[in-house]
Write a protein of this length. Structure first.
Length: 192
């Protein structure tokens, strides 16, 4: 730990054995770094497995989208992809908080840095893997034996429509959460 981190106040959630701090001379809680490193490695293993599963699910969605590309199927799978991105962002934010809490960081800055690293990596891959796939690989790639093709051999249209669906879905969900949730909470309180 650096001097700044040693002088930073201890998080109330931090669990550790009491000992005298060599810098301040006061009694402070201590958690062995070997245990923390083991828990950090476990957290990043969970993140890696989650990212692999995410990429597999996105690729399955693209195969299904290719199979059902006629009619409303293409749009339906774009909406499903956007909903999946938003849902997984919410779910993984809670998983990242749990994993980071489990790592038992003493200082707020350590906790925030580790939480930020996990969420940024997951959300970056989650939000952009399908867009990168459409932009760079879709027109020249096979997935599970299916030759992927862009509509009218123009991947820019696919990319633009997927990006538009992402933006519309995010705005719709955020507006619903901001405007609809207080209404439902008030209705629930009045119901009880």
């Amino acid at each position: 730990l650096g001097l700044g981190q040693q002088l930073e106040p201890t998080r109330p959630e931090f669990i550790g054995a009491s000992r005298i701090n060599p810098v301040t001379g006061r009694v402070d809680r201590y958690y062995p770094w070997k245990e923390r490193i083991w828990k950090v490695l476990q957290s990043y293993a969970v993140l890696t497995v989650t990212l692999i599963m995410l990429c597999f699910v996105i690729m399955v969605l693209f195969v299904l989208r290719h199979i059902f590309h006629r009619g409303p199927g293409r749009l339906l799978f774009q909406v499903i992809n956007a909903l999946l991105v938003e849902l997984l962002n919410m779910v993984f934010t809670n998983i990242a908080k749990f994993l980071t809490e489990r790592e038992n960081h003493r200082a707020y800055s350590e906790y925030a840095n580790h939480l930020l690293a996990k969420t940024v990596v997951f959300k970056f891959v989650n939000c952009y893997v399908s867009l990168y796939y459409i932009a760079f690989f879709k027109d020249h790639h096979y997935l599970f034996g299916q030759k992927m093709r862009c509509v009218n051999d123009d991947c820019l249209n696919d990319l633009g429509s997927q990006l538009a669906i992402f933006m519309i879905m995010r705005l719709t969900l955020q507006n619903f959460l901001e405007l609809g949730m207080p209404y439902f909470a008030m209705s629930y309180r009045n119901f009880i």
